[in-house]
Design a protein around this ligand. Structure first.
Ligand SMILES: Cc1cc2nc3c(=O)[nH]c(=O)nc-3n(C[C@H](O)[C@H](O)[C@H](O)COP(=O)(O)OP(=O)(O)OC[C@H]3O[C@@H](n4cnc5c(N)ncnc54)[C@H](O)[C@@H]3O)c2cc1C
Length: 400
């Protein structure tokens, strides 16, 4: 069979990591990206220990760490009564060289992966080329695109759809995106005001039946900028929610009402919990947000996408270079879809329910459980193994 390149649709962090892994293995790769550059908006910004270890295998972990803030401890708090539980990743230092959450904007990873990709003559990134669909046969896949010179097509051995939540590749596959959309939107904004002054660690989740909050620090000017997320209920227009006085109202209600906070960034977005029914259609695969989306409470979306990319690139290499049986590729779907449902969806939904619980008894019971977990060394360790995604990677490895 003629060997064509692997085509990847989407140069987000997942597409770029998959491309880098394939190129490093000596496989030709063509990356189609609809935009003219790597998007630099503020999105995911938490990397869990197994992800950092995977990025090390590509030789880019150290550069990412040098641009990031390490957060070894994170908290669950109650908006009215304060600290409920503090989790310390130092307790799993025997399981990973990186016992912390690594906080850094996802576009920094994208840029680092893109720079590393430039070293490989077998990798080609085509900006302003938007994938519009595909057809396939026994010998390969034909991917169609719209580019600056009009419509075109390219032939590949395999196609990876890493083209985000609205994936054209997933839609062309025709697989269902199963799950639901949360009724409320999420408002996210950033402030340089240092929340450590008020006893917060670099990452905290604050439970409240009316207005839960999640905070996490990102690197900025050698000091840090704090991203804060709130739920937005009701049907106010996005523009209204983003009015300066509305955003100041949120932060003043949560911190000190006397201070006027500097808010250099703000956005509002809809949040979904969905997993595609299939991750594979013969020579075509989906990975990252194209395959699954979840709420950001726990920082698992992008991490699981990177786990997909590394897993899939290894398997494509096994088939293209070592003549492994085609079932290896279906194992990608079995492993990655299963752990997304069992871990990423389950944990992020549970995290949100914990923060927003309205029933006072259930709420007390859940927060007491968190307190007890943090106090018991074994339970604390097990909780960290799950929340740091070590358990999901172990579970995937067990799936034949
Ligand atoms: C506003 C917002 C805030 C978020 N905040 C958080 C957060 O705080 N924490 C968290 O864990 N996660 C967050 N996420 C989710 C996180 O950003 C994603 O999990 C992550 O970006 C997934 O990476 P990806 O590479 O799979 O997809 P994306 O980052 O979406 O990248 C897809 C790429 O494909 C390109 N593309 C799309 N269609 C085509 C096409 N047809 N042809 C070619 N290229 C195409 C896009 O331009 C883009 O570059 C947020 C998402 C959004 C939208």
């Amino acid at each position: 069979m003629a060997q064509h390149p692997v085509i990847i649709s989407g140069a987000g962090p997942v597409g770029l990591v998959a491309a880098l892994s394939l190129a490093q293995k000596g496989i030709d790769v063509v990356l189609l990206e609809g935009e003219s550059h790597i998007p630099e908006d503020l999105r995911a910004g938490t990397f869990h220990p197994p992800t950092v270890e995977m990025l090390d295998t590509l030789g880019i972990g150290e550069t990412l760490r040098s641009r990031a803030v390490q957060v070894p401890e994170w908290q669950i708090r109650d908006r009215k009564t304060g600290l409920v539980a503090q989790f310390d990743l130092g307790l799993i230092a025997d399981l990973t060289p990186y016992p912390f959450r690594l906080h850094v904007e996802q576009h920094k990873l994208s840029n680092i992966a893109y720079q590393a990709l430039q070293q490989h003559t077998n990798a080609k990134v085509m900006y302003r080329h938007r994938c519009t669909g595909y057809t396939q046969d026994a010998d390969g896949v034909t991917v169609t695109f719209d580019g600056p010179d009009g419509a075109g097509e390219i032939r590949g051995s395999y196609l990876i759809g890493a083209d985000g939540a609205r994936s054209v590749v997933r839609k062309t596959m025709g697989t269902e995106f199963e799950g639901f959309t949360w009724p409320e939107r999420f408002l996210v904004f950033a402030t340089p005001y240092d929340l450590r002054q008020q006893g917060y660690t670099g990452n905290a989740y604050i439970a409240d039946p009316d207005e839960w909050t999640a905070i996490f620090i990102q690197p900025h000017d050698g000091n840090g900028i704090w991203r804060i997320a709130f739920p937005i209920k009701g049907d106010a227009e996005d523009a209204e929610v983003l009015q300066p006085e509305s955003v100041q109202g949120k932060i003043k209600g949560f911190l000190s009402p006397e201070i006027d906070y500097d808010i250099p960034y703000k956005s509002v977005y809809r949040v979904h919990q969905r997993v595609a029914k299939n991750f594979r259609d013969q020579r075509v695969f989906i990975a990252g947000d194209a395959a699954h989306v979840n709420n950001p409470l726990g920082g698992m979306g992008l991490n699981s996408g990177i786990h997909d990319a590394i897993n899939l690139a290894d398997k494509i290499a096994q088939v293209m270079q070592n003549g492994a049986d085609d079932d290896v590729l279906t194992r990608y779907e079995r492993q990655r879809r299963t752990v997304n449902v069992e871990y990423v969806q389950a944990i992020t939904i549970r995290n949100k329910r914990l923060l927003e619980e309205r029933d006072p008894e259930v709420r007390k019971e859940r927060l007491d459980e968190m307190r007890a977990t943090a106090k018991d060394k074994d339970a604390h360790r097990q909780f960290l193994i799950n929340s740091s995604m070590i358990a999901s990677v172990r579970r995937a490895n067990e799936i034949a």
